[in-house]
Design a protein around this ligand. Sequence first.
Ligand code: UDP
Length: 465
Amino acid sequence: SMAKGRKNVVLFPFMAQGHIIPFLALAHRIEQMGYAVTFVNTPRNIKKLHKSLSPGSSFIDLVEIPFNCADHGLPPEAENTDSISYNLSLRLLEATLTMEFPFRKLLSDLVDAGDKPVCVISDFFFGWTAGVAHEFGIFHAIFSGASGFGMACYYCLRMNLIHPGPRNVEFLLPDFPEAGKFHVTQIPFFMLVAGENDPMTKFQRKNLPKWSSSDAFIFNTVEDLDRSGLSFFRRKLRIPVWPIGPLLLSRREAPSSLEKCMEWLDKREPKSVLYVSFGSQNTISASQMMNLAKALDASSRNFIWVVRPPLETDISAEFAAKKWLPEGFPQRVHDQERGLIISRWAPQMEILAHKSVATFMSHCGWNSVLESLKNGVPLIGWPVAAEQFYNAKMLAEEVGVCVEVARGTNGEVREEDIGEKIEMVMGESEEGQRMRRRAIEVKEMIEEGMRDEGAHKGSSVKSHA
Ligand code: UDP
Protein backbone atom coordinates (compact mmCIF):
# COMPACT_ATOMS: atom_id res chain seq x y z
CA SER A 1 0.00 0.00 0.00
CA MET A 2 1.11 3.58 -0.54
CA ALA A 3 3.06 4.82 2.46
CA LYS A 4 0.28 6.71 4.23
CA GLY A 5 -0.87 8.27 1.00
CA ARG A 6 2.52 9.67 0.08
CA LYS A 7 4.70 8.93 -2.90
CA ASN A 8 7.79 6.98 -2.01
CA VAL A 9 11.50 7.79 -2.51
CA VAL A 10 14.09 5.04 -1.90
CA LEU A 11 17.41 6.11 -0.33
CA PHE A 12 20.39 3.74 -0.26
CA PRO A 13 23.69 4.91 1.28
CA PHE A 14 26.94 2.97 1.60
CA MET A 15 27.48 1.49 5.05
CA ALA A 16 29.69 4.17 6.58
CA GLN A 17 28.69 6.93 9.01
CA GLY A 18 30.14 9.57 6.69
CA HIS A 19 27.66 8.38 4.06
CA ILE A 20 24.67 7.46 6.24
CA ILE A 21 24.59 10.86 8.01
CA PRO A 22 24.24 13.05 4.88
CA PHE A 23 21.65 10.59 3.55
CA LEU A 24 19.70 11.00 6.79
CA ALA A 25 19.75 14.77 6.32
CA LEU A 26 18.48 14.18 2.78
CA ALA A 27 15.77 11.83 4.10
CA HIS A 28 14.47 14.51 6.47
CA ARG A 29 14.43 17.08 3.68
CA ILE A 30 12.55 14.75 1.34
CA GLU A 31 10.08 13.95 4.11
CA GLN A 32 9.50 17.68 4.64
CA MET A 33 8.76 17.98 0.93
CA GLY A 34 5.78 15.64 1.36
CA TYR A 35 7.20 12.30 0.31
CA ALA A 36 7.58 9.04 2.15
CA VAL A 37 11.13 7.66 2.37
CA THR A 38 12.24 4.05 2.24
CA PHE A 39 15.70 4.14 3.81
CA VAL A 40 17.59 0.99 2.84
CA ASN A 41 20.60 -0.51 4.58
CA THR A 42 22.04 -3.70 6.02
CA PRO A 43 20.43 -5.20 9.17
CA ARG A 44 22.96 -3.99 11.74
CA ASN A 45 22.93 -0.43 10.42
CA ILE A 46 19.14 -0.34 10.29
CA LYS A 47 18.90 -1.55 13.89
CA LYS A 48 21.21 1.27 14.97
CA LEU A 49 19.23 3.79 12.94
CA HIS A 50 16.00 2.82 14.69
CA LYS A 51 17.54 4.21 17.86
CA SER A 52 18.73 7.50 16.34
CA LEU A 53 15.88 8.53 14.05
CA SER A 54 13.89 11.57 15.20
CA PRO A 55 10.65 10.36 16.76
CA GLY A 56 8.76 12.86 14.58
CA SER A 57 9.83 11.13 11.38
CA SER A 58 6.72 9.10 10.70
CA PHE A 59 7.26 8.98 6.96
CA ILE A 60 10.77 7.47 7.01
CA ASP A 61 10.60 3.72 6.77
CA LEU A 62 13.83 1.90 7.70
CA VAL A 63 14.15 -1.23 5.60
CA GLU A 64 16.74 -4.00 5.91
CA ILE A 65 18.39 -5.47 2.86
CA PRO A 66 19.73 -8.98 3.56
CA PHE A 67 23.50 -8.99 4.02
CA ASN A 68 25.64 -11.55 5.78
CA CYS A 69 29.19 -10.55 6.67
CA ALA A 70 30.32 -14.17 6.99
CA ASP A 71 29.50 -14.77 3.31
CA HIS A 72 32.24 -12.29 2.47
CA GLY A 73 34.81 -13.40 5.01
CA LEU A 74 34.03 -10.41 7.18
CA PRO A 75 33.58 -10.34 10.97
CA PRO A 76 30.02 -9.52 12.09
CA GLU A 77 30.88 -5.98 13.21
CA ALA A 78 32.14 -5.20 9.69
CA GLU A 79 28.74 -4.03 8.46
CA ASN A 80 29.85 -0.43 8.97
CA THR A 81 33.29 0.90 8.00
CA ASP A 82 33.52 2.83 11.25
CA SER A 83 34.65 -0.15 13.29
CA ILE A 84 37.04 -1.82 10.82
CA SER A 85 40.40 -1.39 9.09
CA TYR A 86 40.83 0.10 5.61
CA ASN A 87 41.41 -3.36 4.10
CA LEU A 88 38.21 -4.73 5.57
CA SER A 89 36.36 -1.59 4.43
CA LEU A 90 37.52 -2.35 0.91
CA ARG A 91 36.22 -5.91 1.20
CA LEU A 92 32.92 -4.54 2.50
CA LEU A 93 32.76 -2.18 -0.47
CA GLU A 94 33.42 -5.02 -2.92
CA ALA A 95 30.78 -7.12 -1.17
CA THR A 96 28.14 -4.44 -1.87
CA LEU A 97 28.17 -5.60 -5.49
CA THR A 98 26.42 -8.78 -4.33
CA MET A 99 23.45 -6.72 -3.13
CA GLU A 100 22.11 -6.36 -6.65
CA PHE A 101 19.83 -9.37 -6.34
CA PRO A 102 18.26 -8.44 -2.98
CA PHE A 103 17.95 -4.79 -4.06
CA ARG A 104 16.02 -5.85 -7.16
CA LYS A 105 13.79 -7.98 -4.93
CA LEU A 106 13.21 -5.00 -2.64
CA LEU A 107 12.10 -2.77 -5.51
CA SER A 108 10.00 -5.56 -6.99
CA ASP A 109 8.21 -6.05 -3.64
CA LEU A 110 7.45 -2.32 -3.43
CA VAL A 111 6.09 -2.34 -6.98
CA ASP A 112 3.96 -5.44 -6.26
CA ALA A 113 2.57 -3.77 -3.15
CA GLY A 114 1.37 -0.86 -5.29
CA ASP A 115 4.00 1.43 -3.85
CA LYS A 116 6.31 1.90 -6.83
CA PRO A 117 8.96 4.45 -5.83
CA VAL A 118 9.07 7.70 -7.78
CA CYS A 119 12.81 7.81 -7.40
CA VAL A 120 15.81 5.83 -6.16
CA ILE A 121 18.64 7.92 -4.74
CA SER A 122 21.78 5.89 -4.14
CA ASP A 123 25.29 6.28 -2.88
CA PHE A 124 28.02 7.22 -5.37
CA PHE A 125 29.61 3.82 -4.65
CA PHE A 126 26.47 2.10 -5.97
CA GLY A 127 26.47 3.01 -9.66
CA TRP A 128 24.91 -0.39 -10.45
CA THR A 129 21.64 0.61 -8.78
CA ALA A 130 20.82 2.80 -11.81
CA GLY A 131 20.37 -0.27 -14.00
CA VAL A 132 18.17 -1.99 -11.41
CA ALA A 133 15.93 1.08 -10.95
CA HIS A 134 15.55 1.38 -14.71
CA GLU A 135 14.36 -2.24 -15.00
CA PHE A 136 11.27 -1.01 -13.14
CA GLY A 137 11.09 2.29 -14.98
CA ILE A 138 12.10 4.16 -11.83
CA PHE A 139 14.01 7.46 -11.95
CA HIS A 140 17.50 7.12 -10.48
CA ALA A 141 19.80 9.72 -8.95
CA ILE A 142 23.18 9.58 -7.27
CA PHE A 143 23.81 11.66 -4.15
CA SER A 144 27.14 12.98 -2.91
CA GLY A 145 27.74 14.61 0.45
CA ALA A 146 31.15 15.69 -0.87
CA SER A 147 31.78 18.78 -3.01
CA GLY A 148 31.50 18.78 -6.79
CA PHE A 149 35.10 19.97 -7.05
CA GLY A 150 36.35 17.25 -4.70
CA MET A 151 34.48 14.53 -6.53
CA ALA A 152 35.63 15.82 -9.92
CA CYS A 153 39.29 15.65 -8.86
CA TYR A 154 38.73 12.21 -7.40
CA TYR A 155 37.02 11.02 -10.59
CA CYS A 156 39.86 12.27 -12.81
CA LEU A 157 42.57 10.82 -10.64
CA ARG A 158 41.00 7.35 -10.49
CA MET A 159 40.27 7.24 -14.20
CA ASN A 160 43.67 8.60 -15.35
CA LEU A 161 46.18 7.53 -12.74
CA ILE A 162 48.85 10.24 -12.50
CA HIS A 163 52.36 9.32 -11.48
CA PRO A 164 54.39 12.51 -11.64
CA GLY A 165 58.12 12.12 -12.07
CA PRO A 166 60.62 13.97 -9.91
CA ARG A 167 60.66 16.93 -12.30
CA ASN A 168 56.96 17.47 -12.93
CA VAL A 169 55.86 18.46 -9.47
CA GLU A 170 53.12 20.56 -11.05
CA PHE A 171 50.54 19.32 -13.54
CA LEU A 172 46.97 19.72 -14.77
CA LEU A 173 44.32 17.02 -14.42
CA PRO A 174 43.70 15.65 -17.93
CA ASP A 175 39.90 16.09 -18.04
CA PHE A 176 39.65 18.93 -15.58
CA PRO A 177 42.07 21.74 -16.49
CA GLU A 178 39.73 24.34 -14.94
CA ALA A 179 40.80 22.98 -11.55
CA GLY A 180 44.11 24.70 -12.13
CA LYS A 181 47.63 23.46 -11.65
CA PHE A 182 48.17 20.84 -8.99
CA HIS A 183 51.32 20.62 -6.98
CA VAL A 184 52.11 17.02 -5.94
CA THR A 185 51.51 17.97 -2.31
CA GLN A 186 47.92 18.90 -3.17
CA ILE A 187 47.10 15.26 -3.85
CA PRO A 188 47.08 12.59 -1.14
CA PHE A 189 50.11 10.34 -1.43
CA PHE A 190 48.13 7.10 -1.83
CA MET A 191 46.47 8.58 -4.90
CA LEU A 192 49.81 9.32 -6.55
CA VAL A 193 51.14 5.82 -6.03
CA ALA A 194 47.93 3.88 -6.80
CA GLY A 195 48.40 1.56 -9.79
CA GLU A 196 46.00 -0.22 -12.09
CA ASN A 197 45.78 -3.12 -9.66
CA ASP A 198 45.02 -1.06 -6.62
CA PRO A 199 41.71 -2.56 -5.34
CA MET A 200 39.98 0.82 -4.98
CA THR A 201 41.05 1.83 -8.48
CA LYS A 202 39.71 -1.45 -9.84
CA PHE A 203 36.42 -0.98 -8.03
CA GLN A 204 36.00 2.63 -9.11
CA ARG A 205 36.91 2.02 -12.73
CA LYS A 206 33.85 -0.25 -12.92
CA ASN A 207 31.69 2.01 -10.77
CA LEU A 208 32.44 5.55 -12.01
CA PRO A 209 31.46 4.98 -15.66
CA LYS A 210 28.04 3.75 -14.46
CA TRP A 211 27.28 7.23 -13.12
CA SER A 212 26.43 8.37 -16.63
CA SER A 213 23.61 5.80 -16.78
CA SER A 214 21.93 7.50 -13.83
CA ASP A 215 19.31 10.20 -14.45
CA ALA A 216 20.75 12.90 -12.20
CA PHE A 217 23.55 13.70 -9.78
CA ILE A 218 22.62 15.48 -6.56
CA PHE A 219 25.33 17.28 -4.58
CA ASN A 220 25.22 18.77 -1.11
CA THR A 221 26.73 21.98 -2.42
CA VAL A 222 25.94 25.44 -3.77
CA GLU A 223 26.13 26.27 -7.47
CA ASP A 224 28.05 29.56 -7.23
CA LEU A 225 30.49 28.16 -4.72
CA ASP A 226 31.31 24.97 -6.57
CA ARG A 227 30.83 25.89 -10.21
CA SER A 228 33.79 24.19 -11.89
CA GLY A 229 33.21 20.80 -10.25
CA LEU A 230 29.53 20.80 -11.12
CA SER A 231 30.20 21.77 -14.73
CA PHE A 232 32.81 19.03 -14.94
CA PHE A 233 30.11 16.45 -14.17
CA ARG A 234 27.55 18.04 -16.49
CA ARG A 235 30.09 17.79 -19.30
CA LYS A 236 31.41 14.36 -18.38
CA LEU A 237 28.21 12.50 -17.50
CA ARG A 238 25.72 14.41 -19.64
CA ILE A 239 23.04 14.13 -16.98
CA PRO A 240 21.46 16.90 -14.88
CA VAL A 241 23.58 17.89 -11.87
CA TRP A 242 21.64 19.46 -9.01
CA PRO A 243 23.27 21.32 -6.11
CA ILE A 244 20.85 21.23 -3.17
CA GLY A 245 23.06 22.40 -0.30
CA PRO A 246 23.81 23.30 2.29
CA LEU A 247 21.99 20.34 3.77
CA LEU A 248 23.05 20.10 7.40
CA LEU A 249 21.72 17.54 9.84
CA SER A 250 20.66 19.28 13.02
CA ARG A 251 21.71 17.15 15.93
CA ARG A 252 19.16 16.25 18.54
CA GLU A 253 21.46 15.87 21.51
CA ALA A 254 23.66 18.82 22.33
CA PRO A 255 27.14 17.89 23.53
CA SER A 256 27.73 18.52 27.21
CA SER A 257 30.19 21.28 26.31
CA LEU A 258 27.51 23.43 24.63
CA GLU A 259 26.74 25.68 27.58
CA LYS A 260 30.40 26.07 28.50
CA CYS A 261 31.34 27.07 24.94
CA MET A 262 28.46 29.52 24.53
CA GLU A 263 29.09 31.21 27.88
CA TRP A 264 32.77 31.55 27.06
CA LEU A 265 32.08 32.92 23.56
CA ASP A 266 29.50 35.38 24.92
CA LYS A 267 32.26 37.01 26.95
CA ARG A 268 34.60 37.51 23.98
CA GLU A 269 34.75 40.41 21.56
CA PRO A 270 32.87 39.98 18.27
CA LYS A 271 34.99 38.25 15.60
CA SER A 272 37.92 37.60 17.92
CA VAL A 273 38.06 33.81 18.27
CA LEU A 274 39.87 31.15 16.24
CA TYR A 275 38.07 27.78 16.18
CA VAL A 276 40.34 24.75 15.56
CA SER A 277 39.03 21.29 14.66
CA PHE A 278 40.00 18.43 12.36
CA GLY A 279 36.55 16.86 12.05
CA SER A 280 34.97 13.74 13.40
CA GLN A 281 37.52 11.15 12.30
CA ASN A 282 40.84 12.81 11.62
CA THR A 283 43.65 13.90 13.82
CA ILE A 284 47.20 15.17 13.36
CA SER A 285 50.52 13.76 14.53
CA ALA A 286 51.88 14.31 18.04
CA SER A 287 54.67 16.62 16.86
CA GLN A 288 52.29 18.66 14.69
CA MET A 289 49.98 18.96 17.65
CA MET A 290 52.82 20.18 19.82
CA ASN A 291 53.76 22.89 17.31
CA LEU A 292 50.17 23.95 16.86
CA ALA A 293 49.89 24.34 20.64
CA LYS A 294 53.09 26.38 20.76
CA ALA A 295 51.79 28.64 18.00
CA LEU A 296 48.52 29.18 19.86
CA ASP A 297 50.47 29.80 23.05
CA ALA A 298 52.66 32.42 21.37
CA SER A 299 49.76 34.09 19.58
CA SER A 300 47.58 36.65 21.33
CA ARG A 301 44.39 35.36 19.74
CA ASN A 302 41.49 33.73 21.57
CA PHE A 303 40.74 30.19 20.50
CA ILE A 304 38.60 27.09 20.96
CA TRP A 305 40.52 23.93 20.10
CA VAL A 306 38.82 20.56 19.85
CA VAL A 307 41.62 18.21 20.81
CA ARG A 308 41.55 14.60 19.66
CA PRO A 309 44.28 12.12 20.62
CA PRO A 310 47.22 12.43 18.17
CA LEU A 311 47.81 9.78 15.50
CA GLU A 312 50.32 7.88 17.58
CA THR A 313 47.75 7.29 20.34
CA ASP A 314 44.99 4.73 20.47
CA ILE A 315 41.82 6.73 19.85
CA SER A 316 40.01 4.96 22.67
CA ALA A 317 42.80 5.79 25.13
CA GLU A 318 42.01 7.92 28.12
CA PHE A 319 41.92 11.61 27.26
CA ALA A 320 45.27 13.07 28.25
CA ALA A 321 45.58 16.56 26.77
CA LYS A 322 48.25 17.41 29.33
CA LYS A 323 50.47 14.68 27.97
CA TRP A 324 50.13 15.77 24.33
CA LEU A 325 50.47 19.53 24.85
CA PRO A 326 53.41 21.66 26.02
CA GLU A 327 54.16 21.83 29.73
CA GLY A 328 51.73 24.14 31.53
CA PHE A 329 49.86 25.09 28.33
CA PRO A 330 46.32 24.07 29.35
CA GLN A 331 46.69 25.79 32.72
CA ARG A 332 48.12 28.97 31.16
CA VAL A 333 45.35 29.12 28.60
CA HIS A 334 42.80 28.69 31.35
CA ASP A 335 44.37 31.29 33.66
CA GLN A 336 44.68 33.90 30.91
CA GLU A 337 41.11 33.11 29.76
CA ARG A 338 42.58 33.00 26.26
CA GLY A 339 41.27 29.73 25.06
CA LEU A 340 39.08 26.71 25.58
CA ILE A 341 40.45 23.23 25.07
CA ILE A 342 37.56 20.86 24.40
CA SER A 343 38.11 17.13 24.44
CA ARG A 344 37.13 15.18 21.32
CA TRP A 345 33.74 16.66 20.37
CA ALA A 346 32.48 20.23 20.36
CA PRO A 347 29.12 21.79 19.35
CA GLN A 348 30.61 22.90 16.04
CA MET A 349 27.51 24.25 14.32
CA GLU A 350 26.68 26.44 17.33
CA ILE A 351 30.29 27.61 17.68
CA LEU A 352 30.58 28.64 14.03
CA ALA A 353 27.25 30.48 14.23
CA HIS A 354 28.43 32.55 17.25
CA LYS A 355 29.29 36.20 16.56
CA SER A 356 32.59 35.98 18.45
CA VAL A 357 34.07 33.45 16.04
CA ALA A 358 36.33 34.94 13.38
CA THR A 359 38.25 32.12 11.72
CA PHE A 360 38.14 28.32 11.44
CA MET A 361 41.32 26.25 11.26
CA SER A 362 39.86 23.16 9.60
CA HIS A 363 40.69 19.90 7.87
CA CYS A 364 38.26 21.12 5.17
CA GLY A 365 35.83 18.21 5.39
CA TRP A 366 32.91 19.35 3.26
CA ASN A 367 30.39 19.63 6.10
CA SER A 368 32.79 21.76 8.08
CA VAL A 369 33.36 23.99 5.06
CA LEU A 370 29.63 24.49 4.50
CA GLU A 371 29.04 25.19 8.19
CA SER A 372 31.85 27.77 8.18
CA LEU A 373 30.89 29.58 4.99
CA LYS A 374 27.21 29.60 5.87
CA ASN A 375 28.30 31.84 8.74
CA GLY A 376 30.76 33.94 6.72
CA VAL A 377 33.77 32.51 8.58
CA PRO A 378 37.01 32.28 6.52
CA LEU A 379 39.23 29.23 6.89
CA ILE A 380 42.80 28.28 7.61
CA GLY A 381 43.03 24.98 5.74
CA TRP A 382 44.90 21.94 6.97
CA PRO A 383 43.62 19.03 4.86
CA VAL A 384 44.42 15.68 6.41
CA ALA A 385 42.85 13.00 4.20
CA ALA A 386 40.66 12.16 1.21
CA GLU A 387 39.08 14.94 -0.85
CA GLN A 388 39.83 17.51 1.87
CA PHE A 389 42.97 18.34 -0.13
CA TYR A 390 40.90 19.32 -3.17
CA ASN A 391 38.40 21.28 -1.09
CA ALA A 392 41.23 23.31 0.42
CA LYS A 393 42.67 24.00 -3.03
CA MET A 394 39.33 25.18 -4.38
CA LEU A 395 38.64 27.39 -1.35
CA ALA A 396 42.09 28.95 -1.51
CA GLU A 397 42.53 29.38 -5.25
CA GLU A 398 39.03 29.58 -6.68
CA VAL A 399 36.84 30.97 -3.91
CA GLY A 400 39.38 33.04 -1.99
CA VAL A 401 38.17 32.26 1.53
CA CYS A 402 40.99 30.03 2.72
CA VAL A 403 44.71 29.99 3.22
CA GLU A 404 46.43 26.64 3.66
CA VAL A 405 48.78 26.18 6.61
CA ALA A 406 49.78 22.53 6.16
CA ARG A 407 48.89 19.37 4.27
CA GLY A 408 48.67 15.87 5.65
CA THR A 409 49.98 14.34 8.84
CA ASN A 410 53.52 13.37 7.82
CA GLY A 411 55.34 16.63 7.47
CA GLU A 412 56.80 18.88 10.11
CA VAL A 413 54.73 22.04 10.52
CA ARG A 414 56.65 25.02 11.88
CA GLU A 415 55.26 26.95 14.80
CA GLU A 416 56.19 30.27 13.13
CA ASP A 417 54.30 29.36 9.94
CA ILE A 418 51.16 28.54 11.89
CA GLY A 419 51.41 31.79 13.82
CA GLU A 420 51.93 33.75 10.61
CA LYS A 421 48.85 32.28 8.94
CA ILE A 422 46.72 32.95 12.01
CA GLU A 423 47.82 36.60 12.02
CA MET A 424 47.35 36.88 8.30
CA VAL A 425 43.69 35.82 8.46
CA MET A 426 42.73 37.38 11.79
CA GLY A 427 44.90 40.49 11.69
CA GLU A 428 44.86 43.65 9.62
CA SER A 429 46.79 42.42 6.58
CA GLU A 430 45.29 43.25 3.22
CA GLU A 431 45.04 39.55 2.42
CA GLY A 432 43.14 38.91 5.65
CA GLN A 433 40.71 41.74 5.04
CA ARG A 434 40.09 40.49 1.52
CA MET A 435 39.40 36.95 2.77
CA ARG A 436 36.98 38.18 5.41
CA ARG A 437 35.09 40.30 2.88
CA ARG A 438 34.98 37.38 0.49
CA ALA A 439 33.66 35.05 3.21
CA ILE A 440 30.76 37.45 3.82
CA GLU A 441 30.02 37.51 0.08
CA VAL A 442 30.00 33.72 0.03
CA LYS A 443 27.66 33.66 3.03
CA GLU A 444 25.26 35.90 1.07
CA MET A 445 25.69 33.69 -1.98
CA ILE A 446 24.73 30.64 0.08
CA GLU A 447 21.67 32.40 1.51
CA GLU A 448 20.67 33.27 -2.04
CA GLY A 449 21.11 29.65 -3.10
CA MET A 450 18.95 28.44 -0.23
CA ARG A 451 16.12 30.71 -1.32
CA ASP A 452 16.15 29.18 -4.80
CA GLU A 453 16.97 25.76 -3.57
CA GLY A 454 13.58 24.57 -2.27
CA ALA A 455 11.86 25.18 -5.56
CA HIS A 456 14.92 23.96 -7.42
CA LYS A 457 15.12 20.47 -6.03
CA GLY A 458 11.39 20.30 -5.51
CA SER A 459 10.81 20.75 -9.21
CA SER A 460 13.51 18.23 -10.07
CA VAL A 461 12.02 15.46 -7.99
CA LYS A 462 8.41 16.41 -8.67
CA SER A 463 8.87 16.52 -12.41
CA HIS A 464 9.47 12.80 -12.27
CA ALA A 465 6.73 11.95 -9.83
N1 UDP B 1 31.54 17.89 14.28
C1 UDP B 1 31.08 18.40 15.47
N2 UDP B 1 31.94 18.49 16.53
C2 UDP B 1 33.24 18.11 16.45
C3 UDP B 1 33.73 17.60 15.22
C4 UDP B 1 32.85 17.51 14.15
O1 UDP B 1 29.91 18.76 15.59
O2 UDP B 1 33.95 18.24 17.44
C5 UDP B 1 30.61 17.77 13.13
C6 UDP B 1 30.75 18.95 12.20
O3 UDP B 1 29.88 19.99 12.60
C7 UDP B 1 30.39 18.35 10.86
C8 UDP B 1 30.81 16.90 10.97
O4 UDP B 1 30.93 16.63 12.36
O5 UDP B 1 29.01 18.42 10.62
C9 UDP B 1 32.17 16.63 10.31
O6 UDP B 1 31.98 16.49 8.94
P1 UDP B 1 33.09 16.90 7.90
O7 UDP B 1 32.55 16.61 6.55
O8 UDP B 1 33.53 18.29 8.14
O9 UDP B 1 34.34 16.01 8.24
P2 UDP B 1 34.56 14.48 8.61
O10 UDP B 1 34.33 14.38 10.05
O11 UDP B 1 33.58 13.68 7.79
O12 UDP B 1 35.98 14.26 8.22
